[in-house]
Write a protein that binds this ligand. Structure first.
Ligand SMILES: *[C@@H]1O[C@H](CO)[C@@H](O)[C@H](O)[C@H]1NC(C)=O
Ligand SMILES: *[C@@H]1O[C@H](CO)[C@@H](O)[C@H](O)[C@H]1NC(C)=O
Ligand SMILES: *[C@@H]1O[C@H](CO)[C@@H](O)[C@H](O)[C@H]1NC(C)=O
Ligand SMILES: *[C@@H]1O[C@H](CO)[C@@H](O)[C@H](O)[C@H]1NC(C)=O
Ligand SMILES: *[C@@H]1O[C@H](CO)[C@@H](O)[C@H](O)[C@H]1NC(C)=O
Ligand SMILES: *[C@@H]1O[C@H](CO)[C@@H](O)[C@H](O)[C@H]1NC(C)=O
Ligand SMILES: *[C@@H]1O[C@H](CO)[C@@H](O)[C@H](O)[C@H]1NC(C)=O
Length: 875
């Protein structure tokens, strides 16, 4: 979106004629030093202090064991980045795309400016300071921990909680006073590494006449005339008033228009609206659709600017056409309002997860890491990720990949789980941050909604921070000032093409009615809900709120041994070790996982300590996968129902997709990209067509859920197995039922007693069910399973003697079993890649699974690494 953004693309901005533009990247090796000069080392830009220290061998692996505590001193020191360069030109700007966070910038010994916000791009005019010979640029960072401390001290009129994170997080205090990635002072799934550095590029931009800073193109649809137009904005820095002829064209759509405009001196935004001549019908395959609902076609937009006959600017970008509406309207038979998204006029159930930063040090989030994680989301049939408000506004590539893959993005602004100050300078830097981020991201069709903050409405409404009632109005006022009067107002001015919510969770329109902070922002009859509950039985759907939209819910698990091994040593490998409790940042988290697992499974009790440890890691993943499956299936089957006014659920985004380090968390993908059992389960529970079973009052129900665009006529096929035998005891079939496009319907219903009575000698303890949907063309969607009792109570569950055999290429394995085996788990240790399916219920003598390796490997390596575990193997 910013073709002149860096050296690589700079060629695009070079035009013959009177004007010339020149860009000098200052990325690469700089010198980094601490405040007393005892450390002086080369440092890469973009980068950060921690990455540089590790790379130069001043620290161990910062994720090794207790490094977050050992190296805490780094963030308390002040650090300076220095570089030298030659070259000079007419109007020269020093552009810093991302500075983390509080710094003063010096060029040849003269102060150029200061920074205080990680989420802004900074530009400083430096032409007058440049020397023909060598120039010295240094950026001096103030310790962010110290800065936050000082800002809090200066804010003496009233406190802005929380002061510090809970002890279990081993973090730093007052992060809400600094516009820096909020989780960098620690979170309940991540370490405290408040780094400093130039985390995005640095360059000099030199030009004689004008420079294009940002281009955006936002398609707008007029529902009354069925016409599209494209709003194009050029953010331009001009040396002097310049009259320009601007031509916008979308050749594939036969649309072109020319405008006369005037670029004024300084930085100005010029807007143009291009009417699209071709009719793009809503139904047709010309629009951008979410994954699973259609393709993601785009059209090239060319912008040219001429002064007289000289071409002075030219840029090309992609335009994707789609509409988005957030529908909040009365529902017949229910108090409350609906809450769902319509894309291209079609109601769509949002399936997916929540995204957190992929590393503590953003310079280590490579394109390969992003691509792998986003592809993993799509491969698990997700269509949505929520970019959560405690991290960063992600890099451009993240959104481009989401555009291409059809991933919808719920974009939070970066405020989370806290009250925030509203001092003038704080508001001012936030305003600039919001303007820049909206301008940068609004051309992406993947972004379907802006949301002001994470959980701050809830924090205020339910008084997380024990604010005395008399003082509440002060905080309410600050809340409205920051998110409504500032952020919302700016977003609505900058972007009319997508909805804005003030918070998540929120009651949406109802919260607005109640003065922006609802009495109960978790009300299931309005807006979205976050819901966590670790102690009650997660297999019991009665405990889940039948919300309109579940934007957060989840359960923790531990990553695999192969992920933990590189950052630990032998003494760490037990569930009682200091390491195990150090890495757990959620109070009582390790105990909660075992308690929840113990409701359904025997806990591993091997006398071999290492086996007991790895078995325990496995059982936490089984527990998590099964819990999130139960909850997600509940939300999907609640799509078409209203029960006591609750239901019409249209979104299920579990917490959380990815990990920031090797530690227990709610993620379905481990640090490094390995899929947990949950992610394999997600592939099934987010399938377009899904059979869901549950019991109500001892009656078994099977629902058919369909996200397809067309109707299906489906019957349920239920197969009953005895735990002891791989031959089914009996098979039942329902009558066919019309299952409409985008709906959930009851396809099978029978009391469990009657079902079992009609099926050999089955009892709840001796048998288990599998079921699938089919029509005349065959099976539709995955095969699912339903346990009739907790597996720990099952009678006849055998040690299945599961064995595996690879084919000659090593890319497929055949799993064999002599009896029914739950949660069969294949693991190839640290060979990166993934299986075609995993964690499954084995109800056949053999099953072939393929392995997709992410780097070259050999049969010998794979078979040397391959292990297989099923439930009975762990006790
Ligand atoms: C310089 O600072 C480092 C890091 O804070 C500290 O460990 C060291 O003792 C200091 N050296 C001197 C000479 O003050
Ligand atoms: C960092 O800078 C601040 C502000 O100038 C100063 O108070 C503090 O002592 C410095 N820290 C170190 C370790 O020199
Ligand atoms: C950065 O430049 C300023 C101004 O020349 C100077 O005071 C400061 O010592 C420099 N810092 C380093 C580490 O070079
Ligand atoms: C630009 O056009 C306007 C209107 O035609 C004219 O008044 C102005 O002088 C022109 N400016 C320049 C720099 O040519
Ligand atoms: C699906 O079936 C319903 C009810 O028979 C019908 O009204 C609707 O038009 C059908 N939809 C499609 C996409 O065929
Ligand atoms: C795999 O199982 C099927 C059905 O149970 C059986 O027909 C087939 O012979 C088995 N294949 C092998 C290689 O054991
Ligand atoms: C481990 O637990 C299982 C299931 O509760 C039990 O049958 C077995 O005897 C236990 N083994 C040990 C060594 O305690």
């Amino acid at each position: 979106m910013n073709p002149c953004g860096n050296l690589v693309f700079f060629v695009l901005c070079l035009f013959p004629g009177v004007f010339s533009v020149f860009s000098l990247s200052l990325n690469g090796k700089w010198i980094l030093s601490n405040s007393n000069g005892s450390l002086r080392l080369p440092a890469e830009v973009p980068g950060c202090v921690h990455s540089a220290l590790q790379k130069q061998g001043y620290t161990q692996d910062l994720y090794f064991r207790f490094s977050d505590l050992t190296y805490r001193w780094i963030a308390f020191d002040n650090w300076t980045y220095t570089t030298t360069f030659t070259g000079a030109k007419a109007k020269v700007l020093l552009v810093l795309d991302g500075v983390d966070t509080v710094s003063s910038i010096w060029l040849n010994g003269i102060s150029v400016g200061k920074t205080d916000n990680m989420f802004r791009r900074y530009e400083f005019p430096v032409g007058a300071l440049l020397k023909d010979g060598g120039n010295v640029l240094n950026v001096s960072f103030l310790s962010p921990v110290l800065y936050a401390f000082e800002r809090n001290k200066a804010h003496s009129a009233y406190s802005v909680p929380p002061a510090c994170p809970p002890d279990v997080q081993k973090g730093e205090c007052h992060v809400n006073f600094i516009r820096k990635e909020q989780r960098s002072f620690s979170w309940d799934w991540g370490p405290s590494f408040p780094s400093m550095g130039l985390w995005k590029g640095v360059r000099l931009e030199a030009f004689d006449a004008l420079q294009l800073i940002q281009v955006s193109s936002v398609p707008l649809y007029d529902f009354s005339t069925s016409q599209w137009r494209v709003q194009v904005e050029l953010l331009v820095d001009a040396v002097q008033e310049t009259n320009v002829t601007v031509t916008l064209s979308l050749p594939e759509l036969d649309s072109e228009q020319t405008f006369r405009t005037r670029f004024l001196p300084g930085k100005t935004k010029n807007s143009f609206t291009l009417a699209v001549n071709t009719v793009l019908d809503m139904q047709e395959n010309v629009l951008w659709w979410p994954n699973g609902h259609g393709d993601q076609p785009f059209y090239s937009l060319t912008v040219r600017g001429f002064q007289d006959v000289s071409l002075i600017l030219k840029t090309q970008s992609k335009v994707y056409f789609r509409t988005v509406e957030l529908v909040q309207e009365p529902i017949a038979g229910s108090p409350g309002l609906s809450f769902y998204f319509r894309i291209n006029r079609k109601p769509i159930f949002l399936k997916g997860s929540n995204w957190i930063p992929a590393h503590s040090f953003q310079d280590q989030v490579t394109p390969a890491v992003l691509t792998n994680l986003l592809q993993s989301a799509v491969d698990a049939n997700m269509n949505t990720l929520r970019v959560w408000g405690g991290g960063v506004y992600e890099q451009d590539l993240f959104y481009s990949i989401c555009d291409e893959l059809g991933i919808m993005v719920w974009q939070d602004f970066m405020f989370a789980c806290a009250m925030y100050p509203t001092d003038d300078d704080f508001l001012e830097t936030v305003r600039e941050e919001v303007v820049q981020q909206v301008q940068r991201l609004k051309s992406h069709p993947s972004v379907i909604i802006w949301s002001g903050n994470n959980e701050n409405e809830a924090a205020l409404a339910t008084n997380w921070f024990d604010i005395p009632a008399l003082q509440t109005p002060t905080y309410l006022k600050d809340y409205v000032t920051l998110y409504v009067d500032n952020i919302r107002a700016i977003v609505q001015k900058e972007d009319q093409s997508r909805p804005f919510l003030v918070s998540s969770p929120t009651n949406g329109a109802e919260s607005e009615q109640e003065g922006w902070v609802a009495a109960n922002p978790y009300d299931p009859r309005y807006g979205d809900t976050h819901f966590y509950s670790y102690v009650p039985d997660c297999w019991d759907w009665r405990a889940f709120p039948r919300t309109r939209f579940a934007s957060e819910y989840g359960f923790q698990s531990w990553p695999s041994f192969s992920t933990l091994q590189p950052v630990s040593i032998k003494e760490d490998w037990s569930y009682d070790s200091r390491f195990t409790s150090h890495r757990q940042h959620h109070q009582d988290g390790n105990q909660q996982m075992l308690q929840q697992a113990a409701l359904h499974f025997n806990l591993p009790n091997s006398t071999d300590p290492l086996k007991r440890y790895t078995d325990t890691l496995y059982i936490t993943q089984v527990m998590q996968a099964q819990c999130v499956k139960a909850q997600t299936e509940f939300y999907r089957r609640s799509q078409s129902e209203l029960i006591q006014g609750k239901g019409h659920t249209m979104g299920a985004l579990y917490w959380q997709l990815n990990d920031i380090w090797q530690a227990p968390s709610w993620s379905s993908i481990e640090f490094g990209g390995k899929w947990k059992m949950l992610h394999y389960f997600a592939q099934n529970f987010f399938a377009a067509v899904l059979p869901v079973a549950f019991e109500d009052d001892n009656t078994l129900f099977i629902y058919a859920v369909s996200d397809l665009n067309h109707n299906l006529t489906l019957r349920a096929v239920v197969t009953v197995y005895s735990w002891t035998d791989l031959d089914p005891v009996c098979t039942l079939e329902s009558d066919p039922l019309l299952v409409r496009a985008g709906s959930a319907a009851t396809v099978f219903q029978q009391p469990v007693e009657a079902l079992l009575a009609g099926c050999g000698h089955c009892t709840r303890l001796t048998c288990v069910l599998t079921f699938h949907l089919e029509d005349d063309s065959g099976q539709q969607g995955p095969t699912n399973h339903h346990f009739l009792c907790p597996p720990k109570d099952a009678q006849g569950l055998q040690r299945p003697e599961v064995t595996v055999q690879e084919d000659e290429t090593g890319h497929t394995v055949t799993v064999r079993s002599a009896s029914v085996a739950p949660f069969v788990w294949l693991d190839v240790g640290n060979v990166p890649g993934r299986f075609s399916s995993n964690g499954f219920l084995m109800v056949s003598r053999n099953r072939t699974v393929s392995f997709n390796a992410w780097r070259p490997t050999s049969v010998a390596e794979l078979s040397g690494s391959l292990t297989v575990t099923s439930l009975m193997d762990v006790y």
